[in-house]
Design a protein around this ligand. Sequence first.
Ligand code: ATP
Ligand code: MG
Length: 423
Amino acid sequence: MRTYIKDALKKTGKVEVVGWVHDSRALGKIRFLVLKDISGRIQITTIKGKVSEEVFKLIDSISRESVIRVIGNLKVSKQAPGGKEIIPNKIEIIAKAEQPLLIDVSDRSKTELPKRLDYRFLDFHRQKIQAIFKIQSTISMKFREHFVKKGFIEMQPPSIISSASEGGTELFPAKYFEKKAYLAQSPQLYKQMVACSMEKTVTITPVWRAEKHNTVRHLNECRQMDIEMAFVGQMEIMKQMEDVVKDIVSEVLKNNKKELDILGVKLKVPKAKYISYDETAKLLKIRYGEDLSPENERELCKKFPHTIVFVHSWPVSLKPFYIMPKEQDANAKLSEGFDAIYGGVEISSGGQRIHIPDLLIKMLKKKGLNPKDFKHYVDSFRFGAPFHSGWSIGLERFTQCLLNLYNIREACMFPRDRDRLVP
Ligand code: ATP
Ligand code: MG
């Protein structure tokens, strides 16, 4: 809307705009309409007597959120928000919005989140919601671009798998002809196979986790931004994350200034802090061998504000079977695995993987898993598999933490949770 207006102004001052009716006000003989589209808002000002009776009547009958076309003259106006207004010659209703609206779509909507999600299509009419997803689009675009520029190959892992890829997380079963299948909980094994031949791979892919919990930081379907890289260890792979997060935040600051203002978010390119699990446990006074609780994660971020905190070298007992133990020793206490904490929550887990079949079998047994169930996986490392590392950042989780959203559902267009399967 904005650029279109600017171009038109240079020529004749006559403009044609389409958009949604955000607001309308009557003031004696004047009618104000605020028209919105994805790029912004503009005021349409109509004075009785100065426009045709037909246009004036029509304005009074247009319901909020209806889609209209306005043809008129653009005027610079000190009083109008944004400094410009359109004096219409012609108005056409393209799509009428039925009344009453199902939810409050005003800037300070009073409708609670579950109801807003029930009518997400209408919630998308709101500037704040549009701002969240414009920023999310910048995040995923920049993520992909950053790694493709560095020579990573984008991959598309399967969403239907035959057995658990990680153990631990619960899976959604699916029927696959005569066979039993599951929805993928992670692209883990697939990106490792790609990295062990094509060296560097990147993907943004949906994953499904059948955990029954209902929290403000978990979805049952989420998108993961993953990389996997051969010939690097834990430290190098964490640095890759530091670089991409800084790049993404810089891009959001450059691209989405308006959206950050709308959301009232003050963003800064973060610093990075590398700290071992041992040091973290001392710092937070947690018992050795305990996982970080959500409170611990918040506390850690308070100690290091505006910082991605990479907690590395976790105890083997707290990491999945495929994370490399220190010194490639099955009896080591510590591993080459890490978590990244940012904005008070875990945004990512990763580390060096085990590429040695015998060691992998030992670690599977240690975790109480049956190596037979992982035969395909283990065998994939028998024919020239280099050491490699990787990680995974949840797209919605990352958006939530960057924009300080209380509930992760705000960062997902169509969330799937314990109770929600529609829309
Ligand atoms: P958490 O400890 O927060 O439950 P996790 O350790 O189970 O997460 P990982 O398997 O390490 O999760 O997944 C990598 C990343 O994917 C997480 O750091 C997080 O950003 C995101 N993620 C994982 N599970 C979910 C979920 N259920 N909903 C949204 N994002 C998720
Ligand atoms: Mg994790």
